[in-house]
Write a protein that binds this ligand. Sequence first.
Ligand SMILES: [Zn+2]
Length: 121
Amino acid sequence: MPWTGQKREERIPIRDILRMFREWSKARAGDEKNKTEVIPHGSQPCGAKTRAGTHCKNWGMPKNGRCRMHGGKSTGPRTPEGLERIRKANWKHGRYSKEERESRDRIRFLRLCLRVFGTGL
Ligand SMILES: [Zn+2]
C-alpha cells in the first residue's frame, strides 16, 4: 500500500508533483538542447567503418578525427625513443634476445664440432 507510514499532512499533493515533473522535464529538455549545441572533442563524427557496415557515429578526437575506439586516443609510439621505451618495458630476462640466441648457437656449434672431430681438433 503506498504512502504507508506517512501522515496525511506530510503527503505531497499530486498537482505539486505534476508541476515539479513539468519543471524537471522542461529543464531536462533544455539540457538536452544545450548538449547538442556543444560538440565534444573534435568537430565531426568519427566516421570509421563499423562491423555492421555503417559509419561510426561517435565524436572524433581533435588530433586525428577518430573516436576512442577507432584510433583516436593513441595508436602507439612512433618515435625511435618511444619504440625503445616500449621495448624496454616489455623486456623480461633477455633469454630470447638476439645476443643470447647467438651465444647459445655458438656453444651448440662448438659442442657439435667436438662431437664430430673429437678432442684432437
Ligand atoms: Zn569510431
